[in-house]
Write a protein that binds this ligand. Sequence first.
Ligand SMILES: O=P(O)(O)O[C@@H]1C[C@H](O)[C@@H](CO)O1
Length: 291
Amino acid sequence: MASMADMSSSGYSYEEIQSIATNILTHTKHQPKVGIICGSGLGGLADMVEQHDTINYSQIPEFPASTVPGHEGKLVFGLLQGKAVVLMRGRFHYYEGYPMWKVAMPVRVMKAMGVTTLIVTNAAGGINPDFNTGDIMIIKDHIDLPGLTGECVLIGKNDRRFGPRFPATVDTYDEELRNLAKQISVELGYGNIMREGVYIMIGGPTFETVAESRLLRTFGADAVGMSTVPEAVVAKHGGLRTFGVSLITDMVTLDYDKVRNTTHEEVLEVGRRRAGDLQKIVSNLVGQMTV
Ligand SMILES: O=P(O)(O)O[C@@H]1C[C@H](O)[C@@H](CO)O1
């Protein structure tokens, strides 16, 4: 794999991605059409997968390692509501020290395995003052803050086989899937906690200062997190249909008189309490979507 050392490039070559995908598929009988990336504390969705085959990231040559609590580092293949899926129980983050392309590289591997729809989940801080901890936000759009400041995941040489040099990103999050998810949420009785909004990615690992949270609000963001955008951009680049959803695990501080510290433990704890609701929505979405 000649280009592995070339960290300034767009990452693994097309041939390398195909080879990683082929290797992974030797570990499973399933041919996934839907790929799901689980956010912090949200990996429990994998427990709903039937006839599963589980592969540790450490078993896959050239796959990064998960280093964050709440991200187990496993690929789970199987059937979710009768549909063939692959779940990443653990994602990679830029703040772990991985270059952006490596953070999103599993999306290219998923596409090479035959995935046509990507579902991304995450834990996020609520910025919109109308939100509450425990709400679930369908991602309507995103702000790629690292991308806007020069760290776009697609920086580097472009191989046309992955996608165009200048991809449009206006409709990154599929409208039909968003509408279906809203309908399902209401049917399941979650209409009162269901939101839709704009997710903004920061590099992390620091949680925001009050001044930063205020700035993000003026940008038009409803929720803030440290992931998802590179994966969604690579999916859009590669022509995948994408659905994104955030669990609001804490509310950012917009008021100097009400300063409180967010912690990763708190993020995981809210995940533990609300992950079941998110899992029901996502599994029903997978069950009802056309693939
Ligand atoms: O993987 P996600 O985006 O769900 O993880 C969030 C952002 C940070 O990694 C971590 C902060 O608690 O949770």
